[in-house]
Ligand binder design. Structure first.
Ligand SMILES: O=C1[C@@H](O)[C@H](O)[C@@H](O)[C@H](O)[C@H]1O
Ligand SMILES: [Co+2]
Length: 300
């Protein structure tokens, strides 16, 4: 069983306002978002694009609701821009997270990513790094891992659709090429979206459980994934079409995920993340649905 003294539950603001597509949920305010997160029974959140930049202002709003920041997304550009640029930006973001009491940061290599582009997410436009790009990328990530460790924090890496680290083979190359100071941010939805099988989800968590620093619980509607493939949709069109949903509402079984986390004494956050159109999927309703699923499955 997952230990309630070791696991904390959070939810991502992307369900209220989409960071990749801010017009999705533009009407939802920061205050409404964090109030509904707390109302649904979560205590953690990641940084969203409407969150106050002033740590004191943000902390006051979160404290009022018994909420805290557990992670934030950080885009690296080691494959396309000077290393120093990413490292300097990383240090600034890490300092902000440290002030907010977060212990994890979630990186993603966005050099040449097609996740925000109006091109088919499946096909030959996804970046495939050259050996030279991999070397630059892995060298840079190892430096970020050391910087985070120095601050008593963990540098997580988010495998992601449309990037150079999407598939099991690309995740393997990443994990084999980085030190123990670089961790995996496990996102159940992205690995299922990429591969379309429960096996891929379960193998990924089996393989890297010892280096998982943060978990995104995200489900996929299988029929929408098929539609994305058939209609050659972009990532964001697939999101708007409802490919992602909250855990328990799609095709992924979370039983093995919860079992492996429990058996390996995972200590940290499990964050519900399901970007979909808030006009079609009410964020509070889906947050409550997710919280009930987690309670029913894990007792948390
Ligand atoms: O899983 C995620 C993506 O789907 C989404 O594209 C990102 O904006 C999120 O931060 C990330 O956690
Ligand atoms: Co995620």
């Amino acid at each position: 069983m997952l230990d309630k003294n070791k696991i904390k539950l959070g939810i991502a603001p992307i369900a209220w306002t989409n960071d990749d597509l801010p017009e999705l949920g533009a009407e939802n305010t920061f205050e409404q978002c964090i109030s509904e997160m707390a109302l649904a029974g979560f205590t953690g959140s990641e940084i969203g694009n409407k969150y106050p930049k002033d740590p004191e202002v943000l902390k006051k709003a979160l404290d009022l609701r018994g909420m805290q920041i557990c992670n934030c997304w950080f885009s690296t550009f080691f494959t396309t821009r000077p290393e120093e640029e990413t490292i300097e930006a990383f240090k600034k973001q890490l300092d902000f997270l440290d002030q907010m009491g977060a212990k994890v940061i979630g990186c993603s290599e966005q050099g040449s990513s097609i996740q925000g582009k109006a091109v088919p997410i499946f096909g030959d436009q996804k970046p495939v790094f050259t050996d030279e790009e991999w070397n630059k990328f892995l060298t840079g990530m190892n430096k970020l891992g050391a910087i985070a460790k120095e601050k008593g924090m963990k540098c997580g890496f988010h495998h992601h659709m449309g990037t150079g680290v999407q598939t099991p083979a690309e995740i393997d190359r990443f994990m084999n090429g980085t030190s123990e100071d670089v961790y995996l941010l496990f996102d159940s939805g992205h690995i299922y979206f990429s591969e379309g099988t429960q096996e891929a989800v379960d193998i990924l968590i089996d393989k890297y459980i010892k280096r998982i620093a943060h978990v995104h619980l995200k489900d996929v509607r299988g029929e929408k994934r098929q539609e994305c493939l058939a209609k050659k949709m972009s990532f964001l069109d697939a999101v708007k079409n409802g490919t992602f949903t909250v855990p328990g509402d799609g095709n992924i079984s979370f039983d093995h995920i919860f079992k492996v986390l429990a058996e390996n004494d995972y200590t940290g956050w499990m964050l519900v993340e399901a970007e979909q159109d808030p006009a079609k999927a009410n964020p509070l309703e889906y947050a409550v649905k997710a919280r009930e699923f987690i309670r029913e499955k894990t007792g948390l």
